[in-house]
Design a protein around this ligand. Structure first.
Ligand SMILES: C=C1C[C@]23C[C@H]1CC[C@H]2[C@@]12CCC[C@@](C)(C(=O)O1)[C@H]2[C@@H]3C(=O)O
Ligand SMILES: O=C(O)CCC(=O)C(=O)O
Ligand SMILES: [Fe+2]
Length: 362
């Protein structure tokens, strides 16, 4: 492996000619409408991925990398294991959460949704200014090629889009999604409490638990489908990115595809563990910890045989919350980032994607 292949790429987006519309909130329809995956036999030129900054999609790292840590929530050491995992990896898997039933239910709803005829799915298409509904990844406008993916983004209740997808029969989907979001929210808060405690932030004092007004957390549920791909080594499922969240809980189906970038190693596969949820640390915990906790760079690759699904639950602070490197106050080190509100950060990320962090560096 070339030595530079194991250095985390700094300015990902520079590798791609940015379209005129770099702001996801002003995406053109061609950044939103997925192709009809059933109708293509050969990988279209529009989906051939040019990614010069990383080693080839399926390149195996020279040294056998350590697997991503798997942590049992019932383990008395769970909290310190999570913290350890995030100083290095920025990602771990959790088992022992007792949520298997909810995970199975949501996966079968996702399968049902993406199995609908294309015309039906397009009825729930995300609008150019909108955040929720069916379509390509929100980060699509940053890339000059398309990803081999279709997604469905939910914020709060999915009822409006669900009615368009299943005019008579939307309730089951909505109930399953509501239950799942409630469970994921509780688990996300449990994990965030652990990290906040390590940073001397009192989660209870933040008063996010009361779900009203401006001070409620920003949450989203993203359902992803990656259809079988005729030429997987030349295509990309989900381009490399870090999540705009404190933590993201990712449920992978049995089929592997999620990869994380580990400094000094390169791309490492997150091996699906039955019943496990993957916890990705996002940008906000990275800033709050003054860079101590890694906001994990990750991507999803595709395969030729099996349609792969993933469900990602994003948990972010309320939009008016000021994110600043609190760890620097605790330890006396120099802050690496300037303080800014969640709203400001979202705007920066919408314009600059992964360069957003370097723009707020001190
Ligand atoms: C709450 C979020 C977080 C978003 C934007 C918004 C709704 C959907 C999320 C995703 C989901 C898919 C990957 C990603 C990179 C994308 O394209 O859309 C995510 C993005 C982010 O983490 O920035
Ligand atoms: O499909 C996956 O495993 C990852 C999806 C992802 O990173 C996301 O939705 O943010
Ligand atoms: Fe992600």
């Amino acid at each position: 492996m070339e030595p530079e292949a194991s250095e985390r790429p700094k300015d990902l987006v520079l590798e791609f000619p940015m379209g005129a519309i770099a702001d996801p909130y002003r995406a053109h329809l061609h950044h939103i409408i997925p192709i009809d995956f059933n109708s293509v036999q050969k990988l279209p030129e529009s989906h051939v991925w040019h990614d010069k900054s990383h080693e080839s999609l399926f390149g195996v790292p020279s040294a056998d990398p350590l697997p991503v840590p798997v942590i049992d929530l019932m383990d008395s050491e769970a909290s310190s294991l999570m913290i350890q995992a995030c100083e290095t990896w920025g990602i771990f898997q959790v088992i022992g959460h007792g949520l298997t039933k909810f995970m199975e239910d949501v996966e079968s709803e996702a399968e049902k949704l993406f199995g609908l005829p294309v015309d039906q799915k397009l009825k729930a298409l995300r609008s150019p200014g909108g955040a929720t509904g069916y379509g390509r990844p929100h980060i699509s406008p940053f890339f000059d090629r398309h990803m081999w993916q279709e997604g469905f983004t939910i914020m709060g209740s999915p009822i409006d889009h669900a009615k368009q997808l299943w005019p008579q029969d939307y309730q089951g989907f909505c109930d399953t999604i509501d239950d799942y979001q409630n469970q994921m929210k509780a688990l996300a808060e449990k994990i965030i409490r652990i990290f906040f405690k390590s940073l001397n932030i009192n989660f209870e004092e933040l008063n996010w638990l009361n779900d009203s007004g401006l001070s409620s957390p920003g949450t989203a549920l993203q359902l992803n489908s990656y259809p079988p791909c005729p030429d997987p080594t030349r295509a990309m499922g989900m381009a490399a990115h870090t999540d705009t969240s404190l933590v993201t809980l990712v449920q992978q189906s049995k089929t592997s595809g999620l990869q994380v970038f580990k400094d000094g190693v390169g791309w490492v596969l997150v091996q699906p563990v039955p019943g496990a949820l993957t916890v990705n640390l996002g940008d906000y915990l990275h800033i709050l910890s003054n860079g101590m906790y890694t906001n994990v760079l990750h991507r999803a690759v595709v395969n030729q045989q099996i349609q792969r699904f993933s469900m990602a639950y994003f948990y972010a602070p309320p939009r008016d919350f000021t994110v600043s490197p609190v760890l620097s106050r605790v330890t006396g080190q120099m802050p690496k980032y300037r303080s800014l509100t969640v709203k400001e950060y979202v705007d920066l990320k919408g314009k600059h994607l992964e360069k957003a962090l370097s723009l707020i560096q001190i």
